[in-house]
Structure formats: C-alpha cells, structure tokens
Design a binder for this molecule. Structure first.
Ligand SMILES: Cc1cc2nc3c(=O)[nH]c(=O)nc-3n(C[C@H](O)[C@H](O)[C@H](O)COP(=O)(O)OP(=O)(O)OC[C@H]3O[C@@H](n4cnc5c(N)ncnc54)[C@H](O)[C@@H]3O)c2cc1C
Length: 427
C-alpha cells in the first residue's frame, strides 16, 4: 500500500515528534466519519468530540499533509473576500451573521493552543502592507468595516510607523491587526490531532476514502477497510480529487509556493521584523512572509491556477523576497515547496449538505487558517441540530468558473494578470 510522506518542507523538518498512526484495515462504526485531517477536518472532529459524538477521521496521507501543514502560517482574520462584498451579495441578516463570525477563527486557534497546550510558536500581530495610495485607502475602509463588526484591535500605520515594524521601503503604510499573528502550521495540526485522540477520536493515516456509499446509513470505503457512520464530513479541500463530483464543479485547485531561508541569526532577523509580526501585502497576487521560531524568513507568493507544480520554486519566489529585502542577497534558501488551496469564483467558502447526512466545507480561496477553524465549529453546530450559522454559509451563491473545466485555468490566469497589472499601475 502507498505510504505518502510529507513534502520536504521546513515544517516537516521541524515537526514535533508524533507516534505513527495506523491505516484502516477493518470495518468500524462511528457517529461521524471525517474525510481529511487538515484544519477543517480536525477542527470539526474536536468540536464534535467535545459535544459527545464518536468520531473517526480518515486521512489519505498524513495529518496536515495538505495546505494545513504547508501554509504561510499567517493567522489572517475575515474571509478571502471581505464582509462588504458579502453585504452586497446577500441580505442584511445573513451578512450580520457572517460578519460577526469573521473574527472567530483566530480566537478558536488561540483557545485550542491554550486548552490543549499545543506547541506551535504562536505569535500575535499581523500587518497588511500597502504599496499604493489606493491600497491604503482600502485599508482605511477595511478598518471602519471591521470595527462595525466589533473587531477593534487595529491600527492604521503611516510610512514612518510601518518602517518601525518591517524594514522594507516599498510600503507607503499599512494596518496592524494584533489579533492576527502566526503559527507553525504543521505543529498546530499535529497538536490538534493529538487533542482529537485525547478525547477518544480515531485517526487513520494512509487511508484515502475511495468511495462513499450514500443513503440513510452511509459507508465510506478505503482500500482495506470501511467506516459506517451516521454523518460524513467531507474536508479534503484541494486534495479531494473526484471523490464527490458535485464538489469539483464550482471550485479550482491552485498552487502557491513558499521558500525558507537558512537561520538568519537574532540580529538580522530582528532588523527585518523587529516585533516578529507577520506581513502580507495588499496586491491581488500577494506576497506574505514572517520569521520562524528559529529565526528563518518564510516567504510565499504567487499562484499557479490549476495547481501544476513549478519546476524551480526558488527561481520564482526568491526574486520577490529580494525585492522586499535586498539585504538578503547572500542568504541561502534551505527549503522550497508548493501546496494547493481551493479557489471559488466568489472567493467565499463553499459549504453545504448532500442529502441529509453528508456535510462539506471547502474553498476558502487562499486565506483559510482562521476560516477552517470556524468551519469546524459551524459544522459541529449543524450536526447538533443548530444550523443557523451553517446555513448562513450554505446560502452563499456559487457559480462555475468561466470557460468550464477546459478553459477555467487560462481564463483565471488572464483575470489575475489584469488585476496584478492594476496593482502595478495603481488603478
Ligand atoms: C502554500 C500555502 C500557503 C498558504 N498560506 C496561508 C496563510 O498564511 N494564511 C491563511 O490563512 N491561509 C493560507 N493558506 C490556505 C490554508 O492553508 C488553507 O485554506 C487551509 O489549510 C485548508 O485546510 P483544509 O483542512 O480545508 O484543507 P487541507 O489542509 O488541504 O486538508 C485536506 C486533507 O484532506 C486529505 N484528503 C483529501 N482527499 C482525501 C480522501 N479522499 N480521503 C482521505 N483524506 C483525503 C488530504 O490529504 C489533506 O490532508 C495557504 C495555502 C497554501 C497551499
């Protein structure tokens, strides 16, 4: 049987030690079968176990193998499209509910880390950096918008102030969100998996769900076993493939790449990011970076529509890093990897039910570290029969990508090219 290892990332190299988990080789009975051990699956499992459900998690590879164990580690509040877009798309009641939930995911992460004593280098403080006056204007309205929904840990920064927190001369200002921050993402996932097991949940690795028998008593099949469950939660996101064909039609897997420098040493690291905040710029195709616990710089950026793996990641990302920090020109890159997130046309998450007993959440389109933790809570509420918040997500409209399955990649790349041109020219 295939044994899929982690990609060779900095995270895999610095993961906290965990015991190996078995593959499923029997038939088991459970209340909820969760497919996928990323943040969506693990957060769902934890909330369900805390509510008294019996939970079995099936993971095709290893805990955190997908985006949850490879991402930039940035705790970014709200969704990949902000609440103003939601307000324009849906009615006021739904917008109110979704708006107030937009800041819950970060709180859930902090509660999890504290309650289960998860060692994942959690740091507070995230910066949105503006490269143009238009982007700065957008941050000003974003602050007003977020404050309307009760989110107040925000500070607008002028050019002088932002230089105090990041030694990069490209920015004309920015916004600091002290409830943002950063984590070692794989260690967060591994800690959450350990918490699942501490509450009696079962996690099987190297156990892909290969078929779902739908109906009143659904069964999930793996190559060597099966799980009979009352409910199924599909949490495979960009790595799900064709298991649930309905879910593939209105979303598109996309790749994004990350590099990690050698350790920079305290002085150089502190000169770049004196308060150890993470940073993302405000471009459509954005750059994001932060320091690790051992003072390396992790730098990510770019999107590959359709999730093909680029041949030379360092050649794509290093020039972006040197544009922000030319002082790193002699610094060696120790790790480079790629990971897939799932894009929807609206950039809002795709949430819903298939029949009475199959639930899903996917497609948070780039910013998913906080949303996926919220998704677990909202899915667990729905399974407990309190579906108001779940339905607020489930009612968001979703559309297929222009060009259909065949042309959606070039059409999306064209759209992204247009928006990045607007970023560069500032209109
Ligand atoms: C490189 C990169 C950088 C990113 N940076 C950030 C960031 O800094 N901040 C931020 O907010 N977001 C970021 N994101 C997005 C964020 O990581 C994701 O939105 C989030 O982790 C998605 O979690 P998930 O659990 O839904 O999916 P995943 O973490 O992808 O988990 C899905 C899991 O399901 C498993 N699976 C799939 N199919 C099956 C099956 N049939 N049977 C069993 N298991 C299956 C997969 O193996 C995988 O482990 C980034 C994403 C990438 C790729």
């Amino acid at each position: 049987m295939a044994n899929t290892p982690y990609p060779q990332s900095y995270y895999a190299a610095s993961a906290n030690p965990v015991p190996p988990r078995p593959a499923l080789q029997e038939e088991v009975q459970t209340d909820v079968c969760v497919i996928g051990a990323g943040y969506t699956g693990l957060s769902s499992a934890l909330f369900l176990l805390e509510s008294g459900f019996k939970v079995t998690v099936l993971e095709a590879a290893k805990v955190g193998f997908g985006a949850s164990g490879r991402n930039g580690g940035q705790i970014v509040n709200s969704y990949s499209r902000d609440i103003d877009v939601i307000e324009r798309t849906v009615g006021p009641k739904q917008a109110q509910l979704l708006g107030h939930m937009a800041f819950e995911g970060g709180r859930i992460i902090r509660e999890r880390v504290a309650k289960y004593n998860i060692q994942c280098d959690l740091k507070d403080g995230g910066v949105f950096a503006a490269l143009t006056a238009k982007q700065m204007g957008h941050l000003e309205s974003q602050k007003r918008l977020w404050e309307r929904f009760g989110h107040t840990q925000l500070e607008l920064m002028d050019q002088k102030r932002i230089r105090e927190v990041v030694d990069c001369d490209q920015y004309i200002g920015g916004m600091l969100d002290m409830s943002g921050g950063h984590i070692h993402p794989l260690n967060l996932a591994l800690g959450e998996a350990a918490a699942v097991e501490s509450l009696g949940g079962k996690i099987y690795e190297q156990s892909p769900a290969i078929r779902i028998e739908r109906g009143a008593n659904p069964v999930v099949h793996t190559p060597q076993g099966k799980v009979r469950a009352k409910f199924i939660i599909v949490a495979g996101n960009a790595y799900l493939g064709g298991l649930v064909p309905e879910l593939a039609a209105k979303s598109m897997p996309c790749g994004t790449q990350v590099i990690t420098t050698e350790p920079l040493g305290e002085d150089l690291a502190r000169s770049l990011l004196p308060q150890d905040y993470c940073v993302e710029d405000c471009n459509y195709l954005l750059d994001y970076y932060r320091l690790t616990g051992d003072k390396r710089l992790i730098f990510g950026g770019g999107v590959v529509y359709g999730a093909r793996d680029p041949a030379n990641i360092e050649a794509i990302i290093r020039p972006k890093m040197l544009k922000a920090f030319p002082q790193l020109k002699d610094v060696k890159i120790d790790y480079a990897w790629t990971g897939n997130f799932l894009l929807t046309l609206s950039r809002l998450p795709q949430v819903g039910r298939l029949g009475d007993n199959i639930y899903y959440s996917q497609g948070c389109s780039g910013h998913g570290v906080t949303y996926t933790h919220l998704a677990g809570k909202v899915l667990a509420e729905a399974l407990r029969g309190q579906a108001e918040r779940f339905d607020a997500f489930a009612e968001l409209p979703h559309y297929p990508f222009p060009g259909g399955q065949l042309l959606r990649v070039p059409f999306s790349a064209l759209g992204a090219w247009y928006y990045s041109l607007r970023d560069r020219l500032g209109f």
